[in-house]
Write a protein that binds this ligand. Structure first.
Ligand code: SF4
Length: 291
């Protein structure tokens, strides 16, 4: 389960939910952070520390140690990886107890990555951070996942990004649908997404887990097998799983939680084919911004 610890960040991504959605769920004080961690512990063994950018928090080591004391089996962080270009920091986080790193890399091409993050030099920092983690994973029992939001700026290059990251040793990817909060912002059409996903599915990534997150199930052709995480689309090379948009986050006050979820679900709509669709129970429909 995720917890949003901060909204501070050293990137300014074009599609960042921090500017709007995350305000409703971010922890507002140190006390709230610790009490939320305890609430999460009562629900699950796993916690993912998220932001904003958690590596900018000076008290991150204490928060990780607290999670460890509480007995979480898996402590993860979701990060843009920039600060991890400092290998000592990356190693320290592992030694404090982080076992799972989800690093957002939007393109292997620094120019494209920097365009998306709005920060020059971010692509180079992120790659250095990721490479440090890959090296450390040979010494320590940590897992690494790369998160990529498929979008207007990176989609033509997405196969090169996946292949280059694979060549660096990444074997776990999430390619997520962009949540379009402003329909006037630049975004892909459903047809473009469909073509991109077909191309992504056919990249030969051996021994790899590739999750396609949030895309409407009907955009992907072929046999789908229902598993707890979603649908398996292809069982080998790579293992492709289609899963729902993730809203697995702790929000303590009921009103804040429902406001957040309501706002999110209002971005989606049903179209004619949804009426007779076998996936209608588990699919949120299609984002209104596409029409
Ligand atoms: S419910 Fe609608 S959007 Fe979802 S998979 Fe079915 S047809 Fe597609």
């Amino acid at each position: 389960m995720d917890i949003t610890l901060t909204l501070k960040c050293n990137n300014y991504c074009v599609f960042c939910p921090r500017k709007d959605f995350l305000k409703a769920i971010v922890c507002r004080s140190q006390k709230e952070i610790y009490s939320d961690i305890e609430k999460i512990r009562r629900k699950t063994d796993n916690i993912a520390l998220s932001g904003g950018e958690v590596t900018l928090m000076s008290n991150l080591p204490e928060i990780i140690s607290f999670c460890k004391e509480k007995g979480f089996k898996e402590i993860g962080i979701i990060t843009n990886g920039r600060a991890l270009k400092n290998k000592r920091l990356a190693r320290d986080l592992i030694q404090y107890g982080v076992r799972d790193f989800a690093v957002s890399v939007y393109s292997f091409n620094n120019r494209i990555h920097d365009r998306i993050t709005g920060r020059s030099g971010s692509g180079s920092d992120t790659k250095k951070g990721l490479l440090n983690l890959i090296q450390l994973s040979r010494q320590y029992p940590v897992s690494i996942r790369v998160n990529i939001v498929l979008n207007y700026w990176n989609h033509q290059d997405i196969h090169r990004t996946l292949e280059a990251l694979y060549a660096c040793g990444v074997r776990n990817f999430i390619v997520a649908e962009q949540v379009i909060m402003d329909k006037d912002s630049k975004h892909l059409s459903l047809n473009e997404i469909k073509k991109d996903l077909e191309q992504i599915r056919n990249i030969p990534l051996r021994d790899t887990r590739l999750v396609l997150r949030g895309f409407p199930i009907c955009l992907l052709k072929g046999k789908k097998v229902l598993v707890p995480e979603g649908f398996v689309l292809k069982e080998s090379d790579p293992l492709v799983i289609l899963e729902k948009h993730e809203v697995d986050t702790l929000i303590k006050e009921k009103s804040r939680k429902s406001r957040y979820l309501r706002k999110f679900s209002r971005l989606f709509t049903r179209i004619k084919p949804c009426e007779s669709c076998e996936y209608a129970q588990i699919c949120m429909g299609i984002q209104k911004a596409y029409f």
